[in-house]
Design a protein around this ligand. Structure first.
Ligand code: SF4
Ligand code: SF4
Length: 512
């Protein structure tokens, strides 16, 4: 697997860029890989060596999750001036059927969690565990919290059947204190979503996260069923059904080897199929060989590919879609530029407040750290509140910032990036410090390129105006040639912020 020519090229590149950039000390072996890609030398089957080899490194689980639904509170930051983030409490992602799934996506890290439990395990969450979860999770929220998000994920949570989710809603009504609003979200591959499911999801206002990796030829490369067949037709049928039933949903698109170099095709495909909320998740999949060497495998996206992906999507979005399409990374970046503080955990300063609950009540530090080392306990023995506040968990949370290498501490984009998710921190800096994100180069490209636009949008938000104004102004002077470049929005036209109201009753009234 290990291609010596690849390593030689990387080393040569590294030597050159090190000489150029030594004072900044940010060039890494990952950057060497970036250099090779820029030169067009992507080696088929090549792996990128991870320079960190200490055994503790290997305890970190590999790869990318089908992660959680893009929460309502993080959606649309650029559309409207928003109030400060509401004070939020703890977030627990429940896995009511553990890692059991009806698909076999090649990059899914969670399928392997079956090995954590004995053969013959009954994976279905019992009514007793569900009741304990709902009650304790509500109890664990600080008194100031008046909205609680329940998230269900897998494996594939729809395998639990509709009755399980009817019971979820019933128990929430029983246990929620008066005045608390409950939100539910469900991350799904969509294959089982028929009309009955959609009616239920619409009625109870579930927010659905649908996993879809772009057009068929990209989606079907890795998102396959147990027989190895692509699932694109089934997933897009589910998407049409969700749209027909008016179910609120967003798409989760993993960025990997087969779609990373087609950002506009992926983005336009989703947008033109009616998707209004999107999140792009980089696949960074680690493998370890018999000698303990760790590799980022070939399914993964390279840092520069991820950076370029975000930049090209941003460019299209900024020219045409601000205020009507919402992209998690862009909203999170604007959140950072406007100092609103709250962002998805990947870009947050600390971890530790997003835990994962397995089918039997075992609680883990994070969805990406479901392993014996990060098992906090079982909610039938210790309440969620206590487990979440335990010293180990607090340390786990603090480690995200405490273990940042100096390169991140000095980085001008730290406030927005925070060094990325610890699971991706596989690199060693030129100064020899471990803990640099594999994706660093991509982050730096992205944040560096959008900084100007973010500054301008943040100024609008601080002035109490929709950030979408910036794009409209750019459009009017011809910088952003959208469909109707330079044309003022008509009074009775749908408001470009995406609120669904007429322009005259929305942003126009606020002086947009
Ligand atoms: S380790 Fe931290 S940043 Fe990564 S997924 Fe978990 S909570 Fe989020
Ligand atoms: S904060 Fe982010 S962009 Fe800056 S050096 Fe660290 S990983 Fe790279």
């Amino acid at each position: 697997m290990h291609d010596l020519r690849w390593e030689a090229v990387c080393q040569a590149y590294l030597t050159i860029v090190s000489a150029w950039n030594a004072p900044q000390s940010v060039q890494t072996r990952g950057t060497a890989a970036f250099g090779c890609v820029v030169l067009g030398w992507r080696t088929p089957g090549a792996v990128i060596e991870c320079s960190r080899r200490d055994p503790s490194h290997h305890a970190i689980p590999s790869t990318i999750a089908p992660t959680w639904v893009f929460p309502r509170e993080l959606r649309g930051a650029h559309a409207m001036p928003l109030p400060p983030w509401p004070q939020r409490g703890l977030h627990v992602i429940a896995k009511p059927i553990g890692p059991i799934c009806n698909l076999r996506c090649a990059y899914c890290f969670y399928l392997g969690k079956e090995s954590l439990y004995p053969a013959g395990e009954s994976w279905r969450m019992s009514d007793e565990t569900l009741d304990a979860y709902v009650r304790q999770y509500l109890d664990a929220q600080p008194p100031s919290v008046d909205e609680v998000d329940f998230a269900f994920q897998g494996g594939e949570p729809t395998l639990m059947g509709l009755d399980f989710f009817r019971r979820v809603v019933e128990l929430q009504a029983v246990h929620a204190r008066p005045g608390v609003r409950i939100h539910n979200s469900l991350q799904t591959n969509g294959v089982l979503l028929d009309d009955a499911w959609c009616e239920f999801l619409a009625e109870h206002r579930f927010l659905v996260g649908l996993s879809l990796d772009g057009p068929a030829e990209m989606h079907d490369k890795f998102r396959v069923d147990r027989a190895g067949e692509g699932t694109f037709e089934r997933v897009t049928a589910a998407m049409r059904r969700l749209l027909r039933h008016g179910v609120e949903f967003n798409t989760l698109t993993c960025i990997h080897q087969h779609n990373a170099n087609h950002p506009l095709r992926v983005y336009r495909f989703l947008r033109d199929h009616g998707v209004r909320f999107m999140q792009f998740i980089p696949v960074v999949e680690r493998e370890t060989d018999d000698q303990g060497k760790v590799w980022i495998n070939n399914r993964s996206v390279l840092p520069v590919e991820f950076g370029r992906f975000l930049i090209e999507v941003f460019d299209e979005w900024f020219r045409r879609d601000v205020g009507r399409v919402f992209v998690r990374d862009f909203d999170a970046a604007l959140g950072a530029w406007t100092d609103r503080g709250r962002s998805p955990c990947v870009y947050a300063e600390e971890c530790g407040r997003a835990l994962a609950l397995e089918h039997n009540g075992d609680l883990y530090a994070c969805d990406h750290f479901v392993d014996p080392e990060h098992r906090l306990g079982n909610i039938h023995e210790t309440p969620i509140r206590e487990l979440a506040d335990a010293a180990d968990q607090r340390q786990f949370g603090r480690d995200k910032s405490a273990r940042l290498p100096d390169d991140c501490r000095r980085c001008p984009y730290r406030f927005a990036c925070q060094g990325g998710c610890p699971k991706d921190r596989t690199m060693t800096t030129l100064g020899g410090q471990p803990g640099l994100s594999f994706l660093c180069e991509g982050f730096r490209m992205f944040f560096g390129l959008v900084a100007g636009a973010m500054e301008a949008m943040a100024a609008e938000v601080r002035a109490g105006r929709p950030a979408a104004n910036v794009a409209k102004r750019a459009d009017a002077v011809g910088d952003a040639p959208g469909d109707d470049a330079g044309q003022p929005v008509r009074r009775n036209a749908p408001c470009p912020c995406g609120s669904g109201k007429k322009f005259k009753n929305c942003c126009m009234r606020r002086g947009a």
